[in-house]
Ligand binder design. Structure first.
Ligand code: GAP
Length: 461
């Protein structure tokens, strides 16, 4: 169970500068969010932790950055133009709009709607007497399929021939570059290719803050291997993804696997598993791992006419590689970490909000706080030195107690106080966010001390 309400957490995140309502100056834009200075730092650190785990420390995986707008033939080949739809229904009485599959599953959790046709969903809506959550009536329009890809135009004319799409997933940029990467790298299977970046979906029912939005970031890996090794790699990534999300701070009791039942699987998939997180609003999909067989490369080979087969140098067999795909949503992972970190602690005289981030994820690793404004120059020198290795912040305003509370509330693991003794003993006081204990550390030992305490150091120069 999550200790704190979603409202409480999101209010804190908005008021302290993690997230802002999108286009707020103009009255906002529904379900769009901007990331403030703290949110941007968290997101960057999250992506960096992902890179460290899945790319730098994995000898098989490389990263590429394909374009967001691709040749529309890509989306015809994958079936997105024809099939990337959501089943939309309107209540005939109050005109509220829903996704039919979500509506059915929310009122009948035993029914899984994945893979069901429009006819099957229409039948279920009637047979199960689905009611409108807003007005309680039970009369809906027939289901209409709603295209989720955002369309735009390329070039100066707005006509059919110039229609292009904003990519609804990062994965396809990887498939269309498979041949390029094989040609320009070591060219042997297994090989994983990662793409991290924006994806766009015109969701009918976005919501739950940054959980489901129309613009979000994905961190996807397509892991290409031989057909008889895909289930081995599928099991490997199931474990590896779980161990990654725990390593950056999600606790095991808030995580679970959800293996897709046979009837839920896409027709080409051998196995799919989601990792779910217990958000304050309930269990929700954090990420997914799918065995996609050779479906995508096959489709691109057929549609483009290019040979995407691989000649195994050992067996001399030629085949289209199979693929295992771990697919993360950056904001979903970020939201889980924000909810997991939020805490309120009763102290002797007051309550403090504290975000218990893993030091690698926290917006700032250290805050440098001069006890008095007269010590600002010395403290600034300390800050400048540390900012070469860490995201550091410098705060001179308010009492030292208030400044500690401010840093606790944004999750800064260590506060470094420069006081009048510093000028004599060349040492500072380091305060730990979680224990609130303080230690006196010599300035010439500070970098080593921080590296040990935080568990890392980034060198920016
Ligand atoms: N290439 C496979 C793919 O895109 P998906 O399950 O549709 O699979 C993968 O998306 C992940 O992307 C999800 O597990 C989720 O974390 C994230 N995601 C999908 N739609 C999202 C949305 N509308 N808002 C935020 N994150 C989303």
């Amino acid at each position: 169970m999550q200790k704190f309400s979603f409202d409480k957490i999101t209010t804190h995140l908005i008021s302290s500068g993690f997230v802002y309502p999108g286009s707020e100056l103009y009255g906002g834009l529904a379900n769009s969010w901007d990331f403030g200075p703290l949110g941007t730092l968290v997101k960057n650190h999250l992506k960096e932790a992902f890179r460290q785990h899945f790319i730098r420390e994995n000898e098989y995986i490389v990263e590429i950055e394909p374009a967001i707008i691709m040749n529309p033939k890509v989306w015809e080949a994958t079936g997105h133009v024809a099939n990337f739809h959501d089943p939309l229904v309107d209540c005939k009485y109050c005109h509220s709009r829903y996704r039919a599959d979500d509506l059915i599953s929310s009122q009948h959790p035993d029914i899984c709607c994945d893979g069901k046709s429009v006819e099957e969903l229409n039948t279920l809506m009637v047979e199960k007497n689905i009611t409108c959550p807003t007005c309680g009536k039970s009369s809906f329009t027939p289901i209409r399929q709603f295209q989720m890809m955002f369309k735009t135009f390329m070039g100066v004319t707005e006509e059919k021939s110039s229609v292009v799409y904003l990519r609804p997933e990062t994965a396809q940029g990887i498939f269309v570059n498979f041949k390029n990467v094989m040609r320009t790298s070591r060219g042997k299977l297994p090989i994983g290719i990662c793409d991290m970046g924006k994806a766009f979906r015109n969701e009918i029912t976005p919501g739950n803050f940054i959980f489901r939005t129309r613009e979000f970031e994905q961190m996807e890996i397509e892991f290409f291997c031989s057909p008889d090794e895909d289930l081995k790699w599928f099991e490997y990534f199931k474990k590896d993804c779980m161990s990654f999300v725990q390593s950056i701070g999600l606790s095991s009791e808030n995580l679970r696997y959800r293996d897709h039942a046979k009837e839920e699987l896409a027709f080409y998939s051998k196995a799919t598993t989601d990792i779910e997180y217990l958000y304050p609003f309930g269990w929700g999909e954090l990420m997914g791992i799918a065995s996609r067989t050779n479906y995508d490369l096959n489709r691109h080979q057929e549609s483009s006419g290019n040979d995407l087969t691989y000649l195994d140098p050992v067996t001399n067999e030629r085949y289209i590689p199979h693929v295992v795909e771990p697919s993360f949503g950056c904001e979903r992972l970020m939201l889980a970490l924000l909810c997991q970190s939020y805490d309120e602690e009763e102290l002797e005289k007051d309550t403090r909000i504290v975000m218990h981030f893993d030091p690698r994820i926290a917006p700032y690793s250290v805050a440098v706080l001069p006890l008095s404004k007269q010590l600002s120059d010395k403290a600034f020198e300390v800050y400048k030195n540390l900012s070469r290795h860490y995201d550091a912040t410098f705060d001179t305003t308010g009492s030292i107690g208030k400044r500690y509370r401010r840093e606790d509330a944004i999750g800064t693991p260590l506060c470094i106080t420069v006081d009048f003794d510093t000028l004599e003993d060349n040492a500072v006081t380091v305060r730990d966010r979680d224990t609130m204990k303080q230690e006196r550390i010599k300035l010439d030992e500070l970098n080593k001390y921080l590296e040990e305490k935080l568990g890392f150091s980034r060198s920016y120069r």
